[in-house]
Design a protein around this ligand. Structure first.
Ligand code: TA6
Length: 279
């Protein structure tokens, strides 16, 4: 399907009524809807789809570098067209889960920034109302490489003052709110992380299950394997027009970079589901 600015989009529709959309540019999932039609993800009003910059919203990739560093902020994966390798995108009456697999491999452009041959395989599927995301990075080179990565997930909230992230109490985190290049190490003592100002924190060795209460009596649960860290970001007044309406809760591999030997691979998954927390 043609998306905004004529950019190709893959649409997944589950027989239960849930749906998802992914732009091949950046392999960015920009929509995940419940059978009720409610959108779970958030796309910023300043998002552009003409490939002049990464899509600001949904689930952009950060790979092979999370944050600022030797290469462009958050790496190149969110800035390139991924190719479809397999798809079963149509709604299926027997309730088979629709999925799509896309791949990104090295090019002259990536080799200039990161001199490694690789294959990144990203699988997006709907398991009923749940959204499943799997990233596999294969080293196709003859020498080992290191990378950091994240799925920079923007989740819609009713208003940021009502948003709460649970599951992070007791963890050590890198607070990047003052200077992202020089994080401060802190310990989280809150049962629930709330948002009263600019927040940019990388929680190290976070549990597999983290939840974001969105203020409507619902929460988005993220159940992950392989990612290890969780980033929580809200830009507060630096994005006056939209910070009220989203919170980023991101599965990341940052505290300790991933190392992959030639011929080997690194895999991480996240299952996102909407849960009722009204009681
Ligand atoms: O994940 C949080 C973060 O790394 C913040 O430091 C902030 O810069 C944000 O990502 C957005 O980055 P972007 O390059 O998309 O504007």
């Amino acid at each position: 399907k043609e998306g905004k600015s004529g950019s190709p989009v893959v649409v997944l529709k589950h027989a239960c009524g849930a749906s998802a959309e992914m732009y091949l540019f950046g392999a960015c999932v920009t929509s995940w809807k419940q059978p009720s039609g409610d959108e779970v993800l958030y796309v910023r009003p300043d998002a552009v789809f003409d490939k002049s910059k990464p899509i600001s919203g949904g689930v952009p990739h950060c790979f092979p570098q999370f944050g600022p560093g030797a290469m462009q902020q958050h790496g190149f994966a969110r800035n390139l067209d991924w190719a479809v390798s397999t798809t079963s995108a149509d709604p299926n009456p027997d309730e088979k889960d629709p999925s799509v697999e896309v791949v990104l491999t090295e090019s002259d452009y990536t080799l200039k920034m990161w001199p490694h041959k690789f294959k990144a395989v990203y699988t997006v599927s709907l398991h009923g109302e749940q959204l499943n995301l799997q990233l596999r990075v294969i080293n196709t080179d003859d020498k080992p490489f290191d990378f950091t990565a994240a799925l920079h997930t923007y989740i819609e909230v009713l208003e940021i003052a009502k948003a709460k992230v649970t599951g992070l109490k007791g963890l050590t985190y890198l607070c990047k709110a003052v200077d992202p290049k020089v994080p401060e190490t802190k310990k989280e003592d809150r049962d629930a992380v709330t948002f009263t100002g600019y927040t940019d924190s990388v929680y190290l060795n976070s549990p597999a299950h983290v939840e974001l209460e969105v203020g409507t009596g619902a929460a988005v649960a993220l159940d992950s394997t392989g990612w290890e860290d969780t980033v929580v970001w809200n830009p507060h007044l630096t994005m006056k027009d939209c910070y009220q309406h989203f919170c980023c809760v991101e599965n990341a591999k940052f505290g300790k970079a991933a190392t992959v030997k030639p011929g080997e691979s690194w895999t991480a998954t996240v299952t996102m589901s909407v849960v009722d927390v009204s009681n």
